[in-house]
Design a protein around this ligand. Structure first.
Ligand SMILES: Cc1cc2nc3c(=O)[nH]c(=O)nc-3n(C[C@H](O)[C@H](O)[C@H](O)COP(=O)(O)OP(=O)(O)OC[C@H]3O[C@@H](n4cnc5c(N)ncnc54)[C@H](O)[C@@H]3O)c2cc1C
Length: 483
């Protein structure tokens, strides 16, 4: 046996915190070499970390769960912080490892860090191998007939459908040969990923079970209970109708191939329309990554540079009212408070609050994207940027800027009884459905009966929607005319 065949291989975990359907892990396992499972807390300067505060909470619990799974297989996760290359070199030196395996990431900073690491390790004669599996298909696999990246979702979806079924997911190896000599590990506690005073994440635990097992249980529950009716119900935020798999996907506790696979063979109990619609949402995630990979500027610059001349407003008071859910528009406030309370927001409401920030308040989409990045447990470099740009109108295949959501009508259409608002805005708890989305139009008697004093117990609208709409359209016209 060649000498290097028994030298350990480092399995570098990143946003792929699972043993199931993990191609890098599988390859390390098949190599027969002892494995050193490693997670690196990369510095902010690398652009790949640290995570936003809500996702840091998730990461803490997810790493604990991963460590437990490894422990069941007689191993432990090694934790180290610092520049990834330096950390890898130090672990290689201590362990004598001759190979590093990882699953690919597709955000611009991740790609640049990984490319550099690969080159440097190869110079040291260390085998550096990367694998797919974070997406159904590598972003370069699906291309238009003329070999260019897709810019429009529908043809992308058709290409994805036409590409055939993704490879079936790989089962987690039942046994792992983990390196017996574990390099020194930092403690998770020392990373201080959890909030302390105040503990703003205290309600997260009611809702979420971070970790691979939690992800698999959520997937099964969704397929059993909610997938049927998904197409019709998914837009109603008061209904438990969507999978809520996004935070699990964001940290790679479950693979899209595993999710895809779970939607096979259900046609005798779930209408095909529901399955297709759900798959189309997974395909939106693929499309966001396709865009980010081929157009890395999507992360921070207007994809459509015509928007570079747009005159954004910078109003700290308005931005703060939006962040705190105190705009006076109940559906917007409910969404922003759901975000704060649970680190998650329903997709329909994300579109409404984003439209409100960008169009009613004319605050730069990048400010909204940054707030979401810090507060969402599912913050995702591709989905977040692509979705914000989609709402702003500056993105690929985006909703046109002039499509400005009316927060009252959106509320009345998608939360007709006001249950979603009542669940997150207790001040409006006793207000009936007629005025729940427009308390500022309610007669005094209705407000009195519900115990509401506008401007005191619940804010008056910070802007008048109709005038704000006109202001936004005028700014958009000026941008267009100047282009
Ligand atoms: C302004 C804005 C910001 C967003 N930021 C993020 C983000 O940071 N992270 C994130 O994962 N999603 C983001 N989304 C997309 C979407 O809102 C969430 O993926 C979805 O709400 C997650 O809930 P779910 O898992 O129950 O979705 P489901 O309806 O069950 O969908 C299943 C999966 O498909 C993917 N998906 C669903 N809708 C979309 C979409 N519109 N675009 C891309 N992928 C989608 C997600 O991975 C999701 O988990 C954002 C949307 C908007 C409008």
């Amino acid at each position: 046996m060649a000498k290097d065949a028994i030298k350990p291989v480092i399995l570098w975990f990143r946003r792929d915190l699972r043993l199931d359907d993990n191609q890098a892990l599988n390859a390390a396992h098949l190599s027969g070499r002892p494995i050193i499972p490693l997670y690196i807390n990369e510095p902010a300067s690398a652009g790949t970390g640290p995570l936003g505060a809500a996702q840091a909470w998730w990461l803490h619990h997810s790493l604990e769960a991963l460590d437990r799974s490894l422990h069941e297989r007689q191993g432990r996760l090694v934790l180290a912080s610092g520049e990834a290359l330096e950390v890898l070199r130090a672990v290689i030196k201590k362990s004598g490892a001759k190979a590093v395996f990882w699953n690919r990431r597709y955000d611009p900073s991740g790609i640049s860090v990984d490319t550099h690491i690969k080159q440097e390790l190869e110079k040291q004669a260390i085998e550096a191998r990367s694998f797919g599996g974070q997406l159904l298909h590598e972003p370069s696999r699906l291309m238009t007939g003329s070999g260019t990246p897709y810019r429009v979702y529908t043809p992308f979806w058709r290409a994805l459908e036409g590409a055939g079924e993704a490879e079936p997911p790989l089962e987690a190896p039942a046994k792992l040969r983990l390196a017996s000599q574990r390099p020194a590990s930092e403690t998770l506690k020392s990373w201080k990923l959890l909030p302390t005073k105040p503990d703003w994440a205290k309600d997260f635990t009611d809702l979420w079970t971070p970790g691979e097992q939690g992800a698999r249980e959520r997937l099964s529950a969704f397929v059993e209970e909610e997938l049927k009716g998904y197409k019709e119900n998914r837009d109603y935020p008061a209904k438990p109708a969507t999978s809520m798999l996004s935070p699990h996907l964001a940290l790679g506790e479950i693979s899209p191939a595993r999710i895809w696979d779970a939607t096979r063979g259900l046609s005798n109990r779930v209408p095909a329309a529901d399955i297709v619609h759900f798959r189309k949402e997974i395909a939106w995630r693929e499309f966001s990554y396709h865009l980010l990979f081929h157009f890395p500027r999507l992360a921070s610059e207007n994809w459509n540079d015509r928007f570079d001349g747009f005159q954004w407003r910078y109003d700290d008071g308005d931005f703060e009212a939006w962040r705190r859910g105190m705009t006076g528009y109940p559906i917007v406030d409910a969404g922003m408070r759901q975000l704060w309370r649970h680190g998650w927001m329903h997709n329909r409401v994300r579109m409404i609050v984003a439209s409100f920030l960008i169009k009613d308040l004319m605050i730069d989409w990048r400010d909204g994207e940054a707030w979401f990045r810090d507060t969402l447990v599912d913050a995702d470099p591709a989905n977040n940027a692509a979705s914000w740009q989609w709402v702003a109108g500056s993105g690929a295949d985006a909703s046109p800027f002039f499509r400005i959501f009316n927060p009252m009508l959106q509320g009345e259409t998608f939360d007709p009884d006001g249950d979603y608002v009542r669940a997150h805005v207790p001040e409006l708890q006793r207000l009936g459905a007629k005025y729940i989305h427009r308390p500022f139009e309610a007669p005094k008697s209705a407000l009195d009966e519900a115990g509401i004093i506008l401007g005191q117990t619940y804010p008056k609208p910070i802007v008048d929607h109709a005038s704000a709409r006109d202001r936004a359209l005028a700014a958009y016209k000026a941008t267009k005319d100047a282009a």
